[in-house]
Ligand binder design. Structure first.
Ligand code: COI
Length: 353
């Protein structure tokens, strides 16, 4: 079944460069679907990208009942358009939604709608090296009410934005501050959900880190401030004495789709990879012993971002001399190669639109 489409009267100019700032330009159309209690999700449609009209009492504005996702469409060298494991995003959207008391969507149905939207906006998928079309599905609570209770109505929307590299230096190793004061999440909270408050509550730490030249924040567990969790915009991996270690999903860490994919690739390559608790003290000790060989973040927006320096309580860990490590580079080439159709997709992760 095809979606009803209201065509945009005007078509915007598309960026003609590989330096496209993250999330600033949006395509001509967006997807919208409504939910009402008793009626369920209904009225899926594609409409021109335009501002919304919402009641000032809409519950999203007051108690933050919202969840979101991030995935990308990639242009292959022969002009095709590929999505990378999109079904995982809708699975996670429902997981986050469950935590925020938002009614689930039919994952297959919404994936079908996404494919229609991407097909319509195909020309917006940039072809330059390191670029892609970032896709942001999100759900907001729309019921006009100040009651502290789940909304009885919602909107699911999908907007899309052509993007370049997430960090302005591209794949150059980034410097990250290990946050020792603020907390991102605790077990039993919303850390595993992709929800707005997890991000805005990190802005103060981000600003503090940026003041000292750091591109992002590495979060420690909220109780003991010892165990490594994740970076503001990505999951984190370390190569310590030949072994790859990433923090185990503890309930307060986001279950990254790139994270899962990297673990699967490493297992296929028979490189030892362990998901476990790792403390910042253990990491620093490994660094002092010369065993911290590489560090990299993983995420849809960040792809694979090598970490060249970690700052923790005035101590500096310079990793691999601020150079991208051999394994980080190989993983980057493999993942982006699969995403852009340049390497064989032996995992069956891509879907052509
Ligand atoms: C993503 O990687 O898609 C994210 O959602 C991270 C960030 C831009 C919020």
């Amino acid at each position: 079944m095809s979606l009803p489409i209201v065509e945009a009267a005007y078509k915007k100019e598309k960026p003609e460069t590989e330096q496209i700032p993250f999330g600033r330009t949006f395509t001509d159309h967006m997807f919208v679907m409504d939910y009402e209690e008793g009626k369920g999700w209904h009225k899926p449609r594609i409409v021109p990208y335009e501002p919304l009209t919402l009641d000032p009492a809409a519950m999203i504005f007051h108690y933050g009942q919202t969840v979101f996702e991030g995935l990308k469409a990639y242009r292959t060298d022969d002009g095709r358009v590929l999505l990378f494991r999109p079904e995982k995003n809708f699975e996670r959207l429902n997981l986050s939604g469950d935590r925020l008391s938002i009614p689930p969507v039919d994952e297959d149905e919404v994936l079908g709608y996404l494919k229609e939207l991407v097909a319509l906006e195909k020309d917006w998928v940039p072809e330059f090296e390191g670029t892609s079309l970032y896709i942001r599905p999100f759900i907001i609570a729309t019921e006009p009410s100040l009651a502290v209770a789940p909304s009885k109505s919602y909107k699911l929307m999908i907007i899309m934005s052509p993007v370049g590299p997430y960090f302005s230096g591209g794949i150059k190793p980034v410097t990250i501050n290990v946050e020792d004061q603020f907390t991102r999440a605790v077990k039993g909270g919303t850390g595993m959900a992709k929800t707005a408050g997890n991000y805005s509550s990190g802005y103060q730490a981000q600003a503090k880190a940026a003041k000292e030249g750091n591109a992002d924040v590495l979060w420690l567990d909220g109780v003991e401030k010892r165990y490594i969790e994740e970076v503001g915009s990505m999951n984190i991996f370390f190569k310590i004495d030949g072994e790859i270690v990433t923090p185990a999903l503890s309930g307060s860490i986001l279950q990254g789709i790139t994270r899962t994919s990297i673990i699967e690739v490493l297992k296929k390559w028979e490189i030892p990879v362990t998901e476990r608790r790792i403390s910042i003290e253990e990491l620093y000790e490994a660094y002092e012993q010369g065993k911290l060989e590489e560090a990299f973040g993983t995420g849809t927006a960040a792809v694979i971002s090598p970490v060249g320096e970690l700052n923790w309580l005035g101590k500096k860990m310079v990793i691999n001399d601020h150079e991208i490590g051999a394994l980080s580079q190989e993983l980057y080439d493999t993942i982006t190669g699969i995403q852009r159709g340049r390497k064989e997709d032996s995992f069956g992760w891509t879907i052509e639109v």
